[in-house]
Design a protein around this ligand. Structure first.
Ligand code: AMP
Ligand code: ZN
Length: 464
């Protein structure tokens, strides 16, 4: 079944074909490690994990690269202000290197808690300074750079199609260029290398042919994706905020240096909103995965919540929706746990699920297929085997879950069950059926087994 993905560059759904038959190159812009990731950032990584899983579900081997931005990302995306790492270091009273280490570790722990597949390659900007200098030197040789008092800049006027990814209105930007241009020749030009200011006492700085300093934020992704994939590879991802600056600049650099536009597909995850505003690290007011864990929410319930919204739609966070996701996940786990092994996956259901995930990762509709399966009349062992085959995409850890202790049956349910037994003994069938209906309404089903009556929590489609 063919896989269709939305390409931001062409603003269109396109059938996916890999460049090389044996693997798919996937590069995802990683975190800036001056603080913890918030659950908005993590939504983007969940989307990217789903993409990778769907590619693998379709039989592709994925070469997955995620970078760690540990230098060069300035407080403003427009090359202004302090380096976020140096700022984080001052705030915490620790070295920028120690901050990078701590938040990289914290990020990778979040990654694992959300059951995100480990990338084949994690690469740090600070470990690829030579590659970035070589890249800038090549841009200089080809005449795409100029120097100012504070750095080496990319000259975007050299490219007619600069900003096409974002459908940038360059003429409009030029008209308003009085704002914060500094020594730049155009508002869209961007730093490739920044000089250390003599008074700044930077902790992270290197020698270069242009002077002591540090790389601009965008060059690391062009340099490291070329190194670990190739200058032209299959899919490049990030959050929607990267379209207009970061990814437009990555494309400009790679096109100028290598003559290719970097990736065949550009895919972007839409934001998690909090009270209708975007959640951001710089606002200081954000929810971490640990914040959810502290409230007894399973990290995989957050993953489930993200599955309920399409990645190209913004998702408004609410605690109610998260609670509903946790309830749904628990029901799915309990159902899966109860079902016996040894069945075979149901081909029709697998086909419906595949059609949904292959239509630009339509996970909300794929989840509807999952719940239809749970409620179906198929034998339980078949349901289990079918869900097993979906787990490669869903990543909800169903097979590794087990109840901590048998869920206590509420006394009200227990008492109704006893009354139903008494009604059955007295052959009052209508009364017994009415009592069963009351039990079901309280979320339990009655199973009459050879060993007596069993009460099981009902797995039903949740209302989210
Ligand atoms: P950063 O660590 O700030 O470089 O961001 C890491 C990733 O999270 C990038 O791909 C961003 O586009 C993405 N991102 C930032 N804020 C949000 C948000 N509120 N919702 C979803 N993704 C976000
Ligand atoms: Zn990037």
């Amino acid at each position: 079944m063919s896989l269709t993905l939305y390409d931001t560059y062409q603003r269109a759904l396109r059938p996916f074909e890999p460049i090389h038959p044996d693997h798919v190159g996937l590069y995802c812009c990683g975190p800036t490690v001056y603080d913890y990731a918030h659950i908005g950032n993590l939504r983007t990584y969940i989307f990217e994990d789903l993409l990778r899983r769907v590619l693998e579900f379709n039989g592709y081997a994925v070469r997955h690269v995620v970078n760690i931005t540990d230098v060069g990302h300035l407080v403003s995306d427009a090359d202004e202000g302090e380096d976020k790492m140096e700022k984080g270091s001052r705030r915490a009273g620790e070295s920028a290197w120690a901050i990078a280490e701590r938040y990289t570790g914290a990020f990778q722990a979040d990654f694992r808690a959300l059951n995100l597949l480990e990338p084949g390659i994690w690469c740090r900007a600070t470990e690829h300074i030579a590659e970035q200098i070589d890249f800038i030197a090549e841009l200089e040789r080809k005449g795409y750079t100029y120097r100012t008092a504070d750095g080496v800049y990319f000259d975007t006027s050299r490219q007619d199609n600069y900003g096409y990814l974002a459908r940038l209105d360059r003429a409009g930007l030029q008209a308003g260029k009085r704002v914060e241009l500094g020594d730049k020749q155009s508002p869209t030009d961007f730093a490739l290398w920044k000089f250390s200011a003599p008074e700044a006492q930077r902790q992270m700085e290197w020698d270069s042919p242009w002077g002591r300093g540090f790389p601009g934020w965008h060059i690391e992704c062009s340099a490291m994706s070329a190194k670990y994939l190739s200058p032209w590879f299959d899919i490049h991802c990030g959050g929607e905020d990267h379209i207009s600056v970061h990814h437009s600049n990555e494309i400009a650099q790679t096109e100028a240096c290598h003559g290719t536009r970097l990736a065949n597909f550009w895919m972007h995850g839409y934001f998690l909103q909090l009270d209708a505003a975007k959640m951001s690290k710089s606002s200081g007011d954000f929810l971490r995965l640990q914040t959810l864990i502290d409230r007894d929410i399973d990290p995989l319930a957050y993953r489930y919540l993200c599955l309920t919204a399409h990645y190209r739609r913004q998702l408004n966070f609410s605690w109610e929706a998260l609670d509903a996701a946790q309830t749904a996940l628990t029901r799915l786990r309990e159902a899966y746990w109860r079902w016996p092994a040894g069945g075979e996956a149901d081909a029709d259901t697998v086909e419906r699920f595949t059609a949904e995930v292959n239509q630009d990762l339509n996970l909300p509709r794929a989840l509807a297929v999952v719940w239809a399966l749970v409620k179906s009349e198929l034998p339980d062992a078949v349901k289990k085997a079918t869900l097993d085959s979906f787990e490669l995409v869903l990543g909800l850890g169903l097979a590794s879950w087990q109840p901590t202790a048998a869920e206590p049956i509420p006394s009200e349910v227990q008492s109704l069950a006893e009354q139903r037994q008494a009604a059955r003994a007295a052959r009052q069938w209508a009364e017994a059926d009415a009592l069963r209906a009351q039990i079901v309404a309280l979320g339990f089903e009655v199973e009459d087994t050879a060993d007596g009556v069993r009460l099981n929590p009902v797995a039903t489609a949740p209302m989210i």
